[in-house]
Ligand binder design. Sequence first.
Ligand code: ATP
Length: 237
Amino acid sequence: MDILITEALTRRYGSLVAVDRLDLRIAPGERRAVIGPNGAGKTTLLDMLAGAIRPSGGRVRFDGRDITGYGPARRARLGIGRIHQRPAAWASLTTLDNVAVAGARHRGGVRQSRRPAVELLDRLGLADLAGVEAGRLSHGQLRQLEIAMALAGEPRLLLLDEPAAGLSPVEFERLAEVLRDLPSEVTLLLVEHRLDLVYALADVVTVLRDGQYVVTGTPDEIRVSHAVRQAYSGAVA
Ligand SMILES: Nc1ncnc2c1ncn2[C@@H]1O[C@H](COP(=O)(O)OP(=O)(O)OP(=O)(O)O)[C@@H](O)[C@H]1O
């Protein structure tokens, strides 16, 4: 059974249709990327999946349940995690405390969440940063921290909005490694302009343009797709 299904999912802003009757089916453990030129509707789609904005029409199903009317907190409790374009850690807390706090609800308290947080930082290669205040981290380290914070809740679906934005080449490599090494049962939905990250990570790529569905295929199919070249032609990617 598919873990995430959208049915005719639509968001309008006045006369503009940001996402137009989108049907998606994502299998458990799949690494799906959504690409498309600026204004294609990618962030609007993620916002609707995370519950941050309400669709104008259509439905979202997660793990067999219709979650269209659920808010972000309820979706998070069901196992939908999100990484934003702008990292959202507490600047005055250490890396470890941020991860422990992020996992507290899932673990039944901050105290119970500390040990798994230490293990998680270890697994992500961030143990050296455990005692460092988030306010002192580089942009790339903050991105990694936010991934650790999202994973602390053990999400089954992780929504990533341009995680590579603003990273140095070294940070980019590290991020790609962290995402590649995520447990195989975690389903990823990645919105990203960096096609090198998309092709390195995704098993399946969906292309949108101007809110419209264009095509879905494997990275190899998408690379050579005429429809994709057309979708990007004349558009600022
Ligand atoms: N709050 C809003 N009010 C009005 N229009 C909006 C709003 N949010 C998004 N839009 C419009 O919806 C369309 C889709 O925007 P969206 O940000 O989802 O695209 P995107 O594919 O994520 O683009 P980018 O790659 O530039 O981040 C755009 O035309 C955008 O201007």
